[in-house]
Design a protein around this ligand. Sequence first.
Ligand code: GLN
Length: 309
Amino acid sequence: MPCKTVEELEVILEEAKSYTKEGKVADYIPALSKANPDNLSIAVIYPNGTCYSAGCIKEKITLQSISKVLTLALALMESGEDTVFQKVGYEPTGDPFNSIVKLEMSNPSKPLNPMINAGALAVTSMIKGSSVQERFDNILEFVKKLAGNDDISYSEEVARSEYETSHLNRALCHFMKQHGIINEDVEELLDLYTKQCAIEVNCLDLARIGIIFAMDGVEPGTNNRIMPAHVARICKTFMVTCGMYNASGEFAVRVGIPAKSGVSGGILGAVPNRFGIGISGPALDDKGNSVAGLKLLEILAKKYSLSMF
Ligand code: GLN
């Protein structure tokens, strides 16, 4: 069991905090460059609902790539495995999250997995609703339900900032449209995707989402089933194989838990049947993962034998 007291978690946080100096906040989405690189916070939730947290836990960050695992869950629930995996594959790429190169090399031209940008765009394209607004509301409602927090909303500023500078994602979409992976209007898809990435959470929300995946889709406390067990299992599998971008192999060795990161510095962790973890730490390493967040998880993993392997 990790951290029997808040004090214990605070000591670990202090140890990891010095690593924030080794990272840089993302600036390829201009609005993200306003984040404070010194921030670091963590929340851990147990299956019985007990929660420990440390750091500036009220600090909000946007989901960014963490949203990819949530839209994957929603698309699987709405359309089923067969439909989803007609448009996106199962395999890790070993390339950066926004790389276009393997898209041309795969045959048929479908994205290799749902955790890279191309795959996530293809998944978002499947989210149901009659307009961008309705589809976004659909995603937002699901995130609120997962986090058990009705106040969750999105940052218009971050969404607009990404939409206006999404040249790579635009290229990925046009490529996929040409090859029949997506059929909708590219600008509408980018509008929806950048809004989904701009949904704002704190580390507590992330930990609450994490515990639902950890408990195979069931919400602790209420015992409500938020997603079918097989959907949670598929998502956790992708979190292990591709959740930390092209650092997923090293992360599996060093930490060994299903996790998903985002370029805002968030990390969602789901330790099967044990706990949910949420981390916010905007200073990133060169692969786009929270540098101090990784350190925090490494310390926790060693100290409390978190690895599932
Ligand atoms: N919105 C970001 C993008 O598409 C998400 C990337 C990430 O968090 N790695 O570039």
